[in-house]
Design a protein around this ligand. Structure first.
Ligand code: LFR
Length: 471
């Protein structure tokens, strides 16, 4: 039978991977060709991505993958490189957790108006939105020679193919894309003082970008949902429409798949975002702090024994200390245990006294935040939610999945862990013609081929309501 071999490059905030998918009408198998660390580098006051190191990992992975029919690239959103007339990188791309935009967000919001920003772009307010990053960059000397802004996956696609463009799903995360007109928000761009010429033409998931010039066989690079969360949502093995999803990794992206944006004042105040999904869907979601606080605690403790930590955390008393993980104090890197302890102190919660207690505090707080976001999403849209899908690395975290089921009072279906790579592969497979149909069809192939674990809610939710009150 007809089958394709497809490479998915998936770059996450803590690691990158190149996965190989084998896809046929009834077949979807994924294996890992290469995984590499993504380690940001602080130079002076600025936190950078090591983009050349990442590109080295991408190339090594694509070589390890062997002959493939096509390649798709996704990564975290909003970050970008600027290139000059000759195609050279202007400066080194900056990490979205860098502090350079701290004063730009309030300044621009004041100047452009929060309502206008939301009505036009549908986007949440985050200090790291590309809008604020570009305005900060525009005040540096090198900006004068910048000609084109390339979002991360588009930058790597450019290095592979020589073609420039902006993939749609990721472009919608910039806060510079008009969710009504479905093009760059030219008026906003002008009023922000940014040159229109910086923004390349939009391409859609499934579009062929061009052949990878330096790889054997010159396979085509194909646009996918290049925002990792867009690919992850494609990779949710949902049956029907009454589901909420949590794409859980460094972030938890918690929300619903909708047909159109929700641009109410209520949605804006709740800091929900309307991001563009594959096939014209809207990802109506909230950025919840995710596993980042735990990752940062582990970095501070110099341990990578996540299994041991989770086992110990499961033995800790439930809901002893909870913190509001939506608080932006948790956003930057740095001594996370100290910040959690301080948040507990301020809120009158017992300060965790062991690694296990800190871990439990983060997971209880995260499950609460998951519930809060799902509840808000339901309320803001009126949409029914019967089941919560958890995909991404967090789907492997049994304690978190159970706590989320308990906090939400809903069944949690966990998996696949590699939903992002699977969503990336599926969109390429469809572009290649080896599978057909809409998202529900792609998802039925996921349900046939990928393992999913069910967690039933335990308890009556009272303890969770009480903890919620304490926040
Ligand atoms: C997840 C993610 C989120 C985005 C954040 C920053 O990896 O892409 O969707 O808000 O990273 O880019």
């Amino acid at each position: 039978s007809r089958q394709k071999i497809i490479a998915a490059v998936d770059l996450g905030a803590s690691s990158g991977r190149v996965m190989v998918g084998r896809v046929g009408a009834d077949r979807l198998e994924l294996s890992e060709a290469h995984r590499f660390a993504n380690e940001p580098v602080r130079v002076g006051d600025t936190l950078h991505w090591d983009v050349l190191g990442l590109y080295r990992g991408v190339l090594a992975g694509l070589r390890a993958a062997g002959p493939v029919d096509s390649i798709g690239i996704d990564s975290w959103a909003v970050d970008h490189g600027l290139i000059d007339d000759s195609g050279a990188l202007v400066g080194n791309p900056v990490h979205y957790r860098d502090a350079r935009t701290a004063t730009v967000l309030p300044e621009l919001t004041q100047r452009l108006g929060a309502e206008r920003l939301f009505r036009t772009t549908g986007l949440q307010q985050q200090p790291f939105n590309t809008l604020y990053q570009l305005v900060a960059a525009s005040r540096t000397p090198s900006f004068a020679v910048a000609r084109t802004m390339l979002l991360m996956p588009d930058l790597f696609a450019y290095w592979l193919t020589g073609e420039t463009g902006a993939e749609y799903t990721n472009a919608t995360t910039t806060q510079l894309f008009d969710c009504g007109y479905q093009d760059w928000a030219w008026d906003l761009i002008a009023d922000a003082g940014l040159p229109a010429s910086l923004f390349p033409p939009i391409r859609k998931p499934g579009d062929v970008i061009g052949p990878a010039r330096d790889l054997p066989g010159r396979p085509n690079v194909v646009a996918v949902g290049s925002h990792d969360t867009a690919s992850a949502v494609v990779g949710v093995p949902a049956r029907g429409g009454d589901f909420a999803y949590i794409s859980c990794g460094t972030w938890s992206l918690v929300g619903l798949e909708l047909d159109g944006p929700v641009l109410t004042a209520e949605a804006r105040r709740a800091n929900f975002t309307n991001e563009g999904g594959v096939d014209g869907t809207i990802r109506f979601l909230r950025n919840v702090m995710g596993l980042w606080p735990l990752q940062e605690c582990m970095r501070a403790w110099a341990t990578d024994d996540i299994v041991g930590l989770l086992r110990a955390a499961a033995q800790e008393p439930a809901l002893r200390s909870v913190v509001d993980l939506d608080d932006p104090v948790f956003l930057p890197p740095g001594d996370m245990p100290a910040r959690i302890a301080e948040a507990c102190r301020r809120a009158g919660e017992p300060v965790p006294d062991s690694h296990a207690a800190f871990t439990r505090c983060v997971l209880d707080s995260l499950a609460l935040a998951h519930h809060r976001a799902i509840d808000r999403a339901r309320h803001l849209t009126g949409a029914p939610v019967e089941v919560v899908h958890i995909v991404g690395g967090g789907a492997r975290n049994e304690l978190l999945c159970q706590l989320t089921a308990d906090a939400c009072g809903l069944p949690v279906l966990a998996g696949p862990v590699e939903a992002t790579a699977l969503g990336n592969v599926l969109v390429q497979a469809r572009a290649a013609g080896v599978i057909q149909g809409d998202l529900s069809h792609l998802r039925s192939l996921l349900r046939q081929t990928q393992a999913v674990t069910t967690y039933r809610p335990a308890g009556d939710g009272k303890a969770w309501r009480n903890a919620e009150e304490r926040l």
